[in-house]
Design a protein around this ligand. Structure first.
Ligand code: CTP
Length: 411
């Protein structure tokens, strides 16, 4: 996701500096190229050798380096990157930035850069809450500097409160969002199912449901908008094919499953289709005729494959992030929570599809997102807004995960 992005990582002096080394690895996993600047304070906590070994580049420490400054090294460092991240950012460095000081290489580069800057502060809780630090934070934010964290919890100094360095996956997600603001899903593959399925009774009749496909199609469109390579497997709907998306049209649940398996691997799959749970065991080869005086035919049904559950059980081919919907007419959150377990997916989006909800065929939807940490209820949104919100959530979740070697990504 960060393929070929050049990240300039400034490591300042704090005990959390060691986590910057892990961040280098995670950035490289995402395809980024990392250069390091180590402040004098930072060098008290990690060695230049550790940073150089991980970045595969020399570590820049001195503003007045004879060799580098003959080529205006600080200006080049400040400009030859896509983003500057300071991890950890100390109260002192924040104060220098706020004051516009340039008394060492890190501060000078931060003053000389015209690229986005992300700070991940880490310090004692009283230092973080101090009016001076908070005023500096507010001023820097006003100037466009972005912050991730700090988090709350036990601090290295033995105190408890705000001041912990943000978790590495959150820093990674923040870097990705800043470095690729428009296309955070570039290089990732998405599979979306949409619409109803039709299960034939005979060549002219079928069993189906009220699904319009609007929500699934909107999700496919939103994921493509964030740069994902999307395959949309859809049952029969009255919607135009979304632009720039590979659309596979199917009728039955069995065809939908086959098309989904063919579309793998995928970094994310969203099963929004309303798949018929049963099909007619032996559909008539010809139109079933009314025979005068005879009883109506009895249709014997058999279970259809559960596409979402099948994808969840795939093992190595399982999509990296698997998302289902729970279409319910009562106790939406309860049923959605249970379905997440039984289907084995990561997230489930519960929604009310009862006749008075207007969800099926309508343009609005109220979502209850259930994941491993609990339930989050979204306000009533248009289906396009639900799709945009979900796509952004997916982007954040995917960038925070280490890549799955050889799976969805094509790099
Ligand atoms: N789903 C699927 N294949 C099926 C049935 C459902 O992939 N044969 C998926 C849907 O796309 C959705 C999720 O499973 O993401 C839940 O679908 P839903 O219709 O809400 O539930 P069912 O599994 O059909 O269970 P029930 O009818 O008992 O509510």
């Amino acid at each position: 996701m960060l393929k070929d992005k050049r990240i300039l990582l400034i490591v300042a002096g704090g005990i959390a500096a060691y986590k910057a080394l892990e961040l280098v690895r995670r950035l490289q996993d995402q395809g980024a190229r990392v250069r390091g600047i180590l402040t004098a304070g930072g060098a008290n906590f990690i060695t230049p050798l550790a940073l150089a070994a991980l970045t595969g580049d020399k570590v820049h420490e001195n503003l007045f380096s004879l060799t580098e400054e003959s080529e205006m090294g600080h200006i080049r460092l400040a400009r030859d990157c896509d983003l500057v991240a300071v991890v950890p950012a100390t109260a002192h460095l924040m104060a220098k930035m706020a004051a516009g000081m340039a008394d060492d290489l890190a501060a000078t580069v931060l003053l000389a850069t015209d690229k986005p800057i992300l700070l991940a502060p880490a310090m004692n809780v009283v230092m973080w809450n101090h009016p001076a630090t908070q005023a500096n934070r507010a001023l820097l934010e006003k100037r466009g500097v972005r912050f991730v964290g700090p988090g709350a919890g036990d601090l290295a100094c033995g105190e408890v409160g705000s001041g912990r360095l943000a978790e590495v996956p959150d820093i990674l997600a923040a870097i990705a969002a800043l470095a690729t603001p428009d296309q955070p899903l570039q290089g990732l593959r998405a599979l979306v199912t949409s619409g109803p399925t039709r299960e034939p009774i005979d060549p002219v009749r079928f069993i189906a449901n009220h699904s319009s496909g609007k929500q699934g199609h909107a999700i496919a469109h939103a994921l493509a908008g964030l740069g994902a390579e999307v395959t949309l497997v859809t049952g029969p709907v009255g919607l135009a094919d979304p632009d720039g998306i590979r659309v596979v049209k199917v009728e039955t649940a069995q065809q939908m499953l086959a098309a989904c398996l063919k579309a793998l691997p995928a970094d994310v799959a969203v099963c929004a289709a309303a798949v018929a749970d049963w099909r007619v065991k032996k559909p008539g080869a010809q139109k079933i005729k009314k025979v005068k005086g005879a009883a109506p035919p009895v249709l014997e049904l058999v279970a259809n494959p559960d596409i979402l559950a099948t994808l969840a059980a795939l093992g190595a081919d399982r999509p990296g992030l698997l998302i289902g919907f729970a279409a319910e007419t009562e106790d939406v959150v309860k049923h959605a929570t249970a379905k997440r377990q039984t289907k084995g997916c990561d997230w489930i989006l519960g929604n009310d599809v009862g006749p008075e909800s207007g969800t099926f065929g309508g343009d609005a939807n109220t979502i209850h997102l259930v994941d491993s940490s609990g339930v989050e209820t979204w306000p009533a949104l248009s289906k396009d807004e639900v799709a945009d919100r979900l796509a952004k959530r997916i982007a954040l979740a995917l960038v925070a995960r280490p890549p799955r070697p050889g799976k969805g990504k094509r790099r």
